[in-house]
Design a binder for this molecule. Structure first.
Ligand code: NAP
Length: 283
């Protein structure tokens, strides 16, 4: 079974649009997401465009602020401080990566925790690891939604996550643990990775290497979630970290690239913006 993140996210976005349509009457306005794009990295431009389109679909107000790649860190921090103080802004997202002269950690930390729709602020990260209320990072949140929508039972399963980044590998490992899977987080220093991945009942791959996971690394019946977004060096087309053609026949459930985890990430960003807005309305 191929799980379409595209279909699931379209359904969820339609539900959110119905919810948001009631907000002007109930709260006097709709949630407002501000996205800051520094420079003109083509992948970042395309992600930001996708986010703006999703906002339109769901009925959220979206402002994209574009700044040149040579903006100083101080100027960027000042911009964020202004948005933090603006009561009409509910979510702030700074598209990563940032130019090398800017400290990403400092920028993420500067975003008000209440407006941190990416869930990257250290206070949100700490809350996630302490199982307290927080904004969940979009990609891991989307992965759990995909698994649940596909009817995958997570509790009690052996889950292997390849990748330990702050954005995907670590938080998705924690969310799987919270769903009572037994989780192993693998990385570039893991020895005999194929032996480990063959034991996985749920395999999440987030490494950023085209078609890295091949059929011999996967056992029959495994649930395979492919987070990778890469260019296939042979065809130049988008591809995941999993060799889809080889692995599909062995997996019980698999996500495609494109159309798998990616659309769920944007969908969860919409959800997080609405959550931040509603939390503010209740305060
Ligand atoms: P990252 O920060 O570069 O982390 C990559 C991780 O993979 C690291 O933990 C690294 O291990 C591990 N790794 C690299 N080579 C490996 C190998 N040969 N064997 C085992 N582990 C290996 O990347 P990321 O930000 O997590 O992103 C991963 C991929 O997901 C990228 O393709 C990215 O574009 C994609 N992505 C997609 C979405 C989406 O919405 N679809 C969202 C975010 C990211 P070490 O820690 O040991 O270096």
């Amino acid at each position: 079974m191929i799980i379409s993140g595209k279909e699931l996210s379209a359904k969820l976005k339609a539900e959110m649009a119905e919810q948001v349509a009631l907000f002007p009457e109930k709260y006097g306005r709709v949630p407002h997401l501000v996205v800051i794009l520094v420079g003109d990295n083509p992948a970042s431009v395309s992600y930001v465009t996708g986010k703006a389109k999703a906002c339109e679909l769901v009925g959220l107000k979206n402002t994209t602020i574009r700044k040149p790649a040579d903006i100083s860190e101080a100027e960027l921090l000042e911009l964020i401080a202004g948005l933090n103080a603006d009561a009409g802004v509910d979510g702030i997202l700074v598209q990563l990566p940032l130019p090398k002269h800017i400290d990403e950690g400092r920028v993420i930390e500067a975003i008000s925790r209440e407006k941190d729709v990416d869930g990257f602020h250290p206070l949100n990260v700490a809350a996630l690891w302490q199982k307290r209320e927080c904004v969940l990072p979009c990609t891991p949140k989307g992965i759990i939604k995909l698994l649940k929508a596909a009817g995958v039972q997570i509790a009690g399963k052996r889950a292997v996550v390849i990748g330990r980044s702050n954005i995907v590998g670590l938080p998705v490992s924690k969310l799987l643990l919270d769903e009572n899977a037994t989780v192993t987080t693998a990385h570039s220093r893991t020895s005999d990775l194929p032996a480990l991945t063959r034991q996985a009942e749920i395999l999440v791959v987030a490494i950023g290497r085209p078609k890295f996971v091949t059929a011999d690394m996967v056992s029959d019946g495994t649930v395979v979630i492919d987070v990778g977004v890469n260019r296939d060096p042979e065809t130049g087309k988008l591809c995941g970290d999993v060799d889809f053609a080889g692995v599909e026949s062995k997996a019980s459930v698999i996500t495609p690239v494109p159309g798998g985890v990616g659309p769920m990430t944007i969908c969860c960003l919409m959800e997080n913006t609405i959550e931040c807005f509603l939390a503010k309305m209740k305060r």
